[in-house]
Design a protein around this ligand. Structure first.
Ligand code: GTP
Length: 368
């Protein structure tokens, strides 16, 4: 019963990470840099590049974490910044490594740098939207290939360089394609889930009035039944029926009748609490399901609703009135029984001259 009127979200299939998750990932990135830095210093294997690169990257990532707290609008700057730090560091490290003489420290540095390299594409697809991630990946890919080619050919010559660079080109192309496919697949699944949810919601909504239809009401009644078993809070059922509605249809036509139904339901919807449920039970009959209302308050609320309906400005149609039947949960044990009582109260209100409220507790056995 949490929804007053169903609301539908806009399809957002290409959404990026929430800022708090982005912040956490960047913090993990910082810890990774610190961890590798400590390990390499401990093993005496730190290169000149990393000795300068690690503190710069850690400082840049910490700055981005700070920036993420400044404003939500910094989100894109933070995500692009974090990707750029990782991409620039890894690409430069690889190119720098390829220029160095071959000795154990440099071999260690080149081998570890290689294994981190595909992370560029993972970060791009994690932090950026699909289109931006593809562009960023393409820029990183070509910078890396050109840089590696220039660095390696300087050492090894064309004959030995081209197979290495071709291998790198194919492997990295595969990484990008696989990541892109995973993201696309995720987006398609997400889209299907949202469509299914939206259709499910539409199936519960009355097209004319935008409030719950009979199915939606029954679903809410089922929910009420199961919560009531665990936590028997008092609830009230209101049955509201527009008086002499057939006359409106006959006199002004069905389309005007539809307009009146929409206006009356909108007016009722405006006056109920957010936790109340309003739906169209059928034809010109509406139901409200409320909790925590005692009998006096329920009658007072129904009388206010009658006034709201009667004072609606419907132009040339003139005034419409309604009759309301009320029943409370403490009057009978089953929900079905309460609905039946509300219906009987409505019937009595109609029989007693319409435009009035009848509460089931005021019905005598001879009325039933
Ligand atoms: N325009 C319109 N009319 C509807 C709709 N659903 C039901 N109706 C009409 O509502 C009218 C209900 O008429 P009755 O059941 O005789 O009730 P009434 O004229 O309101 O009389 P009382 O309820 O006794 O005051 C019928 O003419 C239905 O055709 C709808 O979606 N749109």
């Amino acid at each position: 019963m949490e929804e007053k009127t169903p609301k539908f979200s806009i399809l957002d299939l290409d959404s990026t990470l929430d800022i708090s998750i982005t912040r956490r990932i960047i913090a993990i990135g910082c810890l990774v840099f610190v961890g590798v830095w400590i390990t390499e210093i401990g093993a005496g294997l730190i290169t000149e590049f990393d000795a300068i690169g690690y503190p710069i990257c850690i400082a840049a990532l910490l700055f981005l974490i700070g920036l993420s707290y400044v404003s939500d609008r910094m989100d894109i700057v933070v995500r692009t910044g974090a990707f750029s730090v990782a991409a620039v560091y890894l690409i430069l490290l690889n190119i720098w490594g390829s220029f160095q003489d071959i000795n154990f420290e440099n071999y260690y540095s080149a081998a570890t740098a290689m294994q981190w390299l595909p992370l560029i594409y993972v970060i791009a697809f994690l932090f950026l939207r699909i289109r931006e991630a593809l562009i960023a990946s393409a820029i990183s890919y070509f910078s890396l290939l050109i840089g590696q080619y220039l660095a390696l050919s300087h050492h090894l010559g064309f004959e030995q360089t081209w197979p290495l660079v071709t291998n790198l080109a194919i492997a990295h192309f595969c990484y990008v394609v696989v990541l892109w496919s995973i993201i696309k697949l995720r987006a398609t699944t997400h889209e299907a889930q949202i469509r299914a949810k939206t259709m499910e919601k539409f199936a519960l909504v009355d097209e004319l009035t935008g409030i719950f239809n009979r199915r939606g009401l029954e679903l809410n009644l089922d929910k009420l039944r199961s919560t009531w078993r665990k936590n028997p809070l008092p609830y009230t059922i209101f049955m509201i029926d527009i008086d002499h509605f057939k006359r409106i249809n006959d006199q002004f036509g069905h389309l005007v009748g539809d307009e009146v139904l929409a206006r009356v339901s909108a007016a009722i919807n405006k006056h109920i609490r957010p936790e109340d449920v309003l739906g169209r039970w059928g034809g010109e009959e509406f139901m409200i399901i409320t909790t925590r209302l005692d009998q006096t308050s329920a009658v007072g609320f129904a009388e206010r609703l009658l006034n709201v309906i009667e004072t609606l400005d419907l132009g040339h149609i003139g005034k419409v009135t309604a009759s309301i039947g009320i029943a409370n949960s403490d009057e009978t044990e089953t929900l079905k029984g309460v609905i039946l009582k509300a219906d009987q109260s409505l019937y009595k209100a109609k029989k007693s001259g319409r435009n009035q409220v009848v509460c089931s507790s005021s019905i005598t056995p001879s009325d039933e």
